[in-house]
Design a protein around this ligand. Structure first.
Ligand SMILES: [Mn+2]
Length: 282
């Protein structure tokens, strides 16, 4: 979300959030942009409405998991958490959580900055690229105001941003493998992260890599539906669906019959109707 940054799409996010009454809500890092507190803080009344809506969801029973990111790393400080957040009901902060879907698949949920070599090893470079990125976003918005129809994504036209994405592809591939290795160590079947702002659902090395995207450039969010499908909602693009069969551990718990479970777990899975052999082996 990067709430507090002038590029945060608070209005669009609030519309999305109001569509659901979820059992659990995961805010996947950089929800509040603490880096902007000293260099251009933009906190609108819509930001207040978002916070009020989150509190109201928690009061109505939604469990809220706040994953800390690099822009809200102050929440990684246990003293801060104990002082400010302890009184909030049904609200938990952490670096990572494990979500088990209705179908029994385990996803590690983490922001992703801890697996970004630049962020971990060269923080000054990370801050520098953030400044360049912000300048690109501002240019993009000016371009949009001057020449684009209002129903188009105001951040969808700047070629500078597209170049940026290409340049980062090599970096992204390493980011994916590092974060998936970590999820594998945590005995998960996939990862749900953010950080690089590129929404996606892909199969990689018998694992699932899901990136929730952002509410800055893309306006995207990931929803687990009651039928067990993962649904990547994209405000300015066609939605993506990940259809997973019941996981064999879940089947085993229900029927205690490993023979049936092996057959079910080897079913084909699909993203947006295109089937692919996932080949997952527990
Ligand atoms: Mn980040």
């Amino acid at each position: 979300m990067h709430l507090g940054s002038k590029h945060s799409r608070a209005e669009e996010f609030l519309v999305f959030l109001r569509e659901f009454q979820p059992e659990s809500l995961y805010l996947v890092g950089d929800f509040i942009d603490g880096w902007k507190i000293n260099t251009g803080w933009h906190w609108s009344s819509v930001c207040d409405e978002i916070i009020a809506h989150l509190i109201s969801l928690a009061r109505r029973g939604t469990k809220i998991h706040y994953v800390a990111g690099n822009h809200d790393a102050f929440l990684r400080n246990p003293a801060f958490r104990a002082g400010c957040l302890a009184t909030l009901p049904r609200f938990e902060v952490g670096n990572e959580f494990v979500l088990e879907t209705e179908a029994g698949w385990k996803f590690l949920i983490t922001h992703g900055d801890l697996f970004d070599c630049v962020e971990s090893n060269v923080p000054w470079l990370s801050k520098g690229t953030t400044a360049v990125y912000d300048a690109c976003l501002s240019m993009n918005r000016l371009f949009h105001r001057a020449w684009q129809p209002s129903d188009r994504n105001p951040y969808g036209v700047c070629s500078v941003l597209k170049d940026r994405v290409k340049r980062w592809i090599r970096f992204v591939s390493d980011f994916e493998s590092r974060i998936l290795d970590h999820a594998k160590q945590r005995e998960c079947n996939g990862v749900i992260c953010g950080h690089i702002h590129t929404p996606d659902i892909v199969s990689s090395d018998s694992m699932w890599y899901c990136n929730t995207g952002d509410w800055v450039e893309n306006c995207t969010g990931l929803v687990e539906r009651h039928d067990g499908q993962l649904h990547l909602v994209r405000r300015y693009d066609e939605d993506l669906f990940l259809r997973l069969p019941a996981h064999k551990e879940a089947i085993r718990r229900c029927f205690d019959d490993s023979e049936t479970a092996d057959v079910e777990a080897n079913e084909l899975v699909s993203v947006n109707g295109e089937t692919a052999s996932h080949g997952y082996a527990a």
